[in-house]
Design a protein around this ligand. Structure first.
Ligand SMILES: C[S@@+](CC[C@H](N)C(=O)[O-])C[C@H]1O[C@@H](n2cnc3c(N)ncnc32)[C@H](O)[C@@H]1O
Length: 221
């Protein structure tokens, strides 16, 4: 594997990300089971309503789709965006097996995704590479309605004093991202376009949940 993209400051590497997730797809759901409470908390913070359109950015195998489609209901829509065909195939299988008719899946890099409608909310769950891509973040934000809810969750460097925790963060990051750039505040490119984020930490600071509202205070939504 070419590790040059992992040098501090290097941008995400699409070819490396495709290879990384191609090889992880078959056991990915098992690996992510530990973080299920984070997923549930992040989705709760989206404050979805029936009829909403929500973007599941970097949807992977579709682990968030069940709850998202339930919360937006039959008149709402979930749009999952994922560049790795092997990951998306598992998401497609899930959608078909469950008969979810309100889910659309796009097999494309987020940077160039043709998002068909403006969204009320966007979820970035464990998507560090996407959050560090200015083009990907800009494309998503361009398809958010004013006052859309945005939640990003994933791993981050714990404080510099917390080196034992960071010894856990480092291998997880090397296993699941192609860039360590921005691991101190992964949501900051998103916040620069959306507005201020409320950031909470879990797992002794190794995991963040950052949520914000595009442009307007939540009360006006
Ligand atoms: C750690 S997985 C998270 C999947 C899902 N959000 C979850 O919570 O289970 C990160 C996903 O982002 C996808 N990804 C990375 N960079 C991407 C990009 N630029 N465009 C689309 N998908 C991307 C990867 O293929 C992978 O499936």
């Amino acid at each position: 594997m070419d590790t040059s993209a992992m040098w501090p400051g290097a941008a995400p590497d699409r070819a490396a990300a495709l290879a990384q997730y191609r090889s992880r797809a078959s056991f990915y759901d098992f690996e992510l089971a530990l973080f299920e409470p984070i997923r549930q908390e992040a989705i709760s913070q989206l404050a979805l309503r029936h009829g909403d359109t929500v973007l599941d950015v970097g949807c992977g195998t579709g682990l968030s789709l069940g709850r998202l489609q339930q919360e937006v209901g039959p008149k709402g829509r979930v749009i999952g965006i994922e560049q790795c065909p092997e990951m998306l195939e598992l998401a497609q299988r899930r959608v078909k097996q469950q008969g979810w008719s309100n889910v659309t899946l796009l097999c494309t890099p987020v940077e160039t995704a043709a998002i068909e409608r403006m969204a009320d909310a966007a979820l970035f769950h464990f998507t560090h590479d996407i959050l560090r891509s200015p083009e990907a973040v800009a494309n998503v934000v361009a398809h958010l309605k004013p006052a859309a809810h945005v939640v990003a969750a994933g791993i981050q460097w714990a404080g510099p004093w917390a080196w034992p925790v960071n010894w856990f963060v480092l291998p997880v990051a090397l296993h699941s991202t192609t860039s360590l750039e921005g691991l101190g505040s992964p949501w900051d490119k998103l916040a620069a376009l959306v507005g201020p984020f409320d950031v909470q930490t879990r797992c002794m600071g190794a995991v963040y949940i950052a949520s914000g509202v595009r442009g307007k205070p939540k009360a006006l939504r």
